[in-house]
Design a protein around this ligand. Structure first.
Ligand SMILES: Nc1ncnc2c1ncn2[C@@H]1O[C@H](COP(=O)(O)OP(=O)(O)OP(=O)(O)O)[C@@H](O)[C@H]1O
Length: 734
């Protein structure tokens, strides 16, 4: 509830109120703003309390400082200024407290039994004589162990919350802080609060900075400025840059720190002297990206120039004969351009194959593999994502892995990538698909594991959005002019009544897509107004496409939005689509965290790579089960069940609608895309192109022709700071 909605007539005196927290009606995860019900001591009627109540749990006794106000709509309520927690002091309070799901292993039933057995002494028993819990029916050794562990954790987390109170650290972030640093958490935060922003997903610089300031770190303290500079550069890397120009970084850091850029200048030099930043001709790099860029360029050149060639046999073969043999087993002949691409891959140590949908990339890959097989040469196939690897495998009939799996990535071992220069991949050729999604770090790891005699083929569509991570690897390899490239431009997959591929190519060439009444797979629903467009997207997705074409809204139709905010943004559409497609139901357990409700049956997407659970940024799944007692969810990722704790929920988002950026590398039978002038900043050709090419069977655009025209015309691809291309041009790489 936004503060401005409250019309208060505060009494001038701060008052004190004590009572038991009955229920949390709403809690904003980010700032802790809470609306809750409390029973004041000695009373039996609930009252409403509002304000920051981070860390307070249902059943606890609270001592609140604040004032009574009269809300125009909700009436009399107590507005909290500050609060203290005391442990529950009544049997009823204890029952609520323990039964609220606070302690893993104790649900409402067990809570009732425990409190029945020990009454007001309950917490004392858990704390000092936990073995007595065995006296309670239904509680065995295992559960006692679990309860004790959770109790201990809970105490630690509470301490962290108290320490960080009023810094906007929510319970789930406190849990993360505890998980990251264990018992030393408070010590770590006190020594270097900025570590929080570096180490913990979900804590940004602003939060860490607020904590630091409260701990007494001055506005112009070198440690603060240095942290700000490193964070600002990290943020630029998050936008795809490998480095920042000095001025660009100074401005970004000064904005973040709200100080003069001149104050940051000396700290840049210090960071360079300390080795925390690398300066190269006015470009400032975070060391891993510099290392990766220099490393990748050097390795690519070495592979190209090394005299060893595991496929030397192809230097002398009779190509017309080889292609004739290929034609015999195929229903069509390769074009001259396609033949050249096949030859290039087999005779050049490193080559690139790029083209839009249906131009023959898979066909060429398949032909290359055929020729390799005939000569008993070995080949390995990989792609950056699981989905892309699966598609590559289907297209070629051979096993294809994710690049991480190919390199035997294991996050727990000291060498994260088992495959490297000491232990390279043993193959005559390595083919990488969907290269546009490979970032500079992954490219460098991959190249480390390539023997100089092997051939490397990078396949992809350079007009797709570039990788999420830093770099513009495929474009740089093409632009440098040093690596042989085939650009496929003839479309083959084009049936009479299919407009998807034709229109994808039109968009890519800057032409307005065709909307024909003949079309059965490419539609526009004109709508200028955002609210109406949102209504239309919801209607199409939940009922209309199903009733007209039989596609299943739960599994076949994906809404892709250019934006996160607004009526047609990802967040709002997710909320509405969840309500329609998976509404509240007694048979489906749900769990509310902050403003979001996770419900069994929900479609979700993982937002960051988790190598332990083997789920990756962009992977989609379904919430199979929510276990309130054990505070865990079970997620179904394409048939594989993956556990998810409450504290990991901030890595998960609903996926009824996802951003076009996040949809990279995935395909869906039907995509529905809102596209409006409100999305002005995002109206870029490669964004629309990427969205449209995600569809296998149908594209439905909802929006204005003007917005489509603007996207199609806008080919100003946001520039990324990378030097891979220029390094590849220099014979002796730095
Ligand atoms: N020279 C050709 N003559 C006739 N048909 C062809 C030729 N080359 C490819 N095709 C056909 O065109 C279709 C598209 O080719 P392919 O799947 O290889 O393209 P692609 O670039 O991999 O597409 P996408 O990226 O969308 O998967 C296939 O059905 C293929 O059999």
């Amino acid at each position: 509830m936004p503060a401005q909605n409250r019309s208060a007539s505060p009494s001038l005196l701060t008052q004190q109120l004590e009572g038991v927290l009955e229920r949390i009606t709403y809690q904003n995860e980010e700032n802790g703003y809470t609306i809750a019900k409390l029973i004041p001591r000695g009373k039996s009627q609930e009252i409403t309390v509002v304000g920051t109540l981070t860390g307070a749990n249902v059943g606890e006794s609270l001592r609140l400082q604040g004032m009574w106000i009269n809300h125009v709509q909700y009436g009399r309520q107590f507005e909290v200024r500050s609060f203290e927690v005391t442990m529950p002091a009544t049997v009823e309070g204890l029952r609520k407290y323990l039964g609220s799901g606070l302690i893993k292993g104790i649900g409402p039933v067990n809570a009732g039994r425990i409190v029945d057995a020990f009454g007001i002494e309950t917490l004392e028993v858990i704390e000092s004589a936990p073995q007595r819990l065995l006296e309670v029916a239904g509680i065995g050794e295992k559960r006692v162990e679990m309860i004790l562990k959770a109790w201990e954790e809970q105490k630690q987390i509470k301490e962290i919350m108290l320490f960080l109170q009023s810094n906007g650290v929510s319970t789930s972030l406190a849990v993360k802080i505890y998980k990251q640093y264990g018992q030393n958490a408070i010590q770590v935060v006190r020594t270097d609060p900025y570590r929080l922003a570096r180490d913990i997903y979900g804590i940004g610089f602003k939060t860490a900075d607020k904590i630091a300031r409260q701990l007494g770190i001055a506005e112009d303290a070198p440690s603060r400025i240095q942290a700000g500079l490193l964070f600002a550069l990290g943020k630029l890397s998050g936008e795809g840059h490998c480095y920042a120009e000095r001025g660009q970084l100074l401005n970004a850091a000064a904005g973040l720190l709200e100080i003069e850029a001149a104050l940051c200048e000396p700290q840049v030099d210090l960071l360079v002297a300390q080795g925390d930043l690398i300066l190269e001709e006015e470009a400032l790099y975070l060391p891993p990206f510099h290392y990766a860029e220099v490393g990748a360029a050097g390795k690519l050149r070495r592979i190209q120039t090394d005299a060893r060639d595991r496929l030397a046999v192809f230097k002398t073969i009779n190509w017309p004969l080889a292609f004739n043999a290929l034609d015999k087993v195929s229903s069509f002949q390769l074009t001259e351009q396609q033949k050249l691409a096949v030859r290039m891959a087999l005779t050049e140590k490193v080559s690139v194959l790029t083209g839009g949908p249906g131009t023959g990339k898979s066909t060429i890959t398949f032909s290359i593999i055929q020729l390799l097989k005939e000569r008993y040469c070995s080949v390995l196939l990989a792609a950056p994502t699981g989905r892309a690897a699966k598609r590559l495998s289907e297209a070629t009939g051979l096993e294809a892995k994710t690049i991480h799996r190919l390199l035997e990535y294991s996050p727990t071992s000291s060498d994260a990538f088992v495959r490297d220069q000491e232990n390279p991949l043993d193959a005559d050729m390595i083919i990488i698909d969907e290269t546009s999604m490979v970032d500079i770090l992954l490219l460098n790891h991959l190249l480390s594991a390539i023997e100089t005699g092997s051939h490397l083929v990078f396949v992809g569509d350079v007009d797709q959005l570039p990788s999420v991570g830093p770099g513009n690897v495929l474009r740089d390899m093409i632009d440098c002019g040093e690596i042989p490239v085939t650009r496929l431009d003839t479309i083959f997959r084009q049936s009479e009544d299919s407009y998807i591929i034709v229109n994808a190519h039109r968009i890519n060439q800057g032409e307005f897509p065709q909307f024909s009444t003949q079309s059965k797979d490419f539609f526009l629903f004109p709508e200028e107004d955002a609210e109406k467009a949102a209504d239309r997207v919801v209607e199409l997705t939940t009922t209309r496409i199903k009733s007209k074409f039989g596609f299943n809204p739960q599994t076949d139709i994906q809404v892709l939005s250019p934006m996160h905010r607004g009526d047609t943004g990802v967040s709002e559409l997710n909320r509405r689509l969840q309500n329609e497609l998976n509404p509240p139901s007694a048979s489906r357990t749900e769990y509310r965290q902050g403003g979001r409700v996770f419900r069994e049956g929900d479609r979700v997407m993982q937002m960051r790579n988790d190598y332990e659970r083997k789920i990756f940024n962009g992977d989609m799944g379904v919430i199979q089960q929510i276990d309130l007692e054990n505070q865990a969810l079970s997620l179904d990722f394409e048939g594989r069940l993956v556990p998810c704790e409450y504290s990991q929920l901030d890595e998960l988002t609903h996926a009824y609608a996802v951003s076009i950026h996040k949809s990279q590398g995935s395909e869906f039978p039907v995509v529905v895309i809102p596209i409006l002038m409100q999305h002005y900043m995002m109206l870029q050709r490669n964004l629309l192109y990427t969205g449209v090419t995600r569809a296998r069977k149908m594209v439905v655009l909802v929006g204005s022709k003007r917005a489509i025209a603007r996207a199609v015309k806008n080919n100003q691809i946001a520039r990324r700071n990378t030097r891979l291309a220029s390094r590849l041009r220099v014979k002796q790489t730095r």
